[in-house]
Structures are given as C-alpha cells and as structure tokens.
Write a protein that binds this ligand. Structure first.
Ligand code: HEC
Length: 120
C-alpha cells in the first residue's frame, strides 16, 4: 500500500515537472520570439511612416506595455494577460494585421501577452 502510494506520488511529481517544463518552453520571450516578428514585418512603417508607434528593438516594449493606442486611446496596445483586449492584436485591418502577421506570429504574440507580457 505504501509502495503503491509512493509510486503514485512519483508519477504525480514527474507529471507536474513535465507540465511545468512544457509550459516554460511554450511561453515566448519578448526579445527572442516577439521582437523578431516586429523586425521582420513592422519596422518599415513603425516608426518610419507612423512615428506614433516605434517597434524597433530597444524601444518597442515601452511603446506597447499598458500604453494607450494613438488611434484609439480607449484601448491599450498591450494589456498583460489579455491578448483579446490588446490593440496590438485586435486593431482593425491595416497593412500590419491583414497579411503581415501569420497565424503562427499571432499565436506567439498572444501567448506572450497571456503569460503577462514580460520584458524578457
Ligand atoms: C505598410 C505600413 C505598415 C506596416 C508594415 C505595419 N503597419 Fe501598423 N499601422 C499602419 C498604419 C497606416 C496604421 C494606422 C491605422 C489607422 O489609422 O487606423 C497602423 C497602426 C498600427 C497600430 C495601432 C497603433 C495605435 O497606437 O493606434 C498597431 C498596434 C500596429 N499598427 C501594429 C503593427 C504591427 C505589429 C506591424 C507588424 C506586424 C505593423 N503594424 C506593420 C501601417 C503599417
């Protein structure tokens, strides 16, 4: 009985570790995973043509996290934990969202926001 319980306990611990490792691997990091999306797709216009949003490395985070959108001040560009409210992802179709972001890019950004939108 005790051995069986110990066995079950070990399985639980291993499962918990795997789940935790899985989560850790799944949480995108800003500098490694999110910024390269901006570098590839966005900085030609932001800030060059639209200076109210500067998405260059080293500047983008402080332009996004809890910052009101310039075109729709009622929205914040990134609401930590809430990708569905973050203007970065939900702003109406413009060149930036209709084609430039692949579904995979969107998932990376959404997962980063959901996990708290850390500057990491
Ligand atoms: C071809 C130029 C162009 C590119 C490239 C571009 N955008 Fe935009 N973006 C715009 C324009 C134009 C607007 C303003 C739309 C409006 O007035 O509603 C805008 C607005 C935005 C806004 C709203 C800003 C605010 O505060 O109101 C966000 C967020 C945004 N873009 C994100 C991005 C992201 C992320 C990318 C890269 C995936 C990107 N854009 C690439 C042209 C571009």
């Amino acid at each position: 009985m005790i051995a069986a319980l110990a066995g079950a306990g070990a399985v639980l611990v291993v499962t918990a570790l795997l789940v935790r490792a899985g989560d850790g691997a799944a949480i995108p990091r800003f500098s490694r995973d999110v910024q390269p999306i901006f570098d590839r797709n966005c900085i030609a216009c932001h800030p060059v043509s639209y200076p109210y949003l500067d998405l260059r490395r080293g500047r983008s985070y402080r332009e996004l996290y809890r910052v009101s959108a310039a075109t729709r001040p009622a929205f914040e560009r990134v609401v930590p934990g809430r990708p569905e409210l973050s203007y970065l992802l939900v702003h109406p179709p413009d060149p930036s969202t209709s084609e430039l972001l692949t579904p995979a890019d969107r998932q990376v950004i959404a997962a980063w926001i959901r996990a708290g939108a850390r500057d990491d």
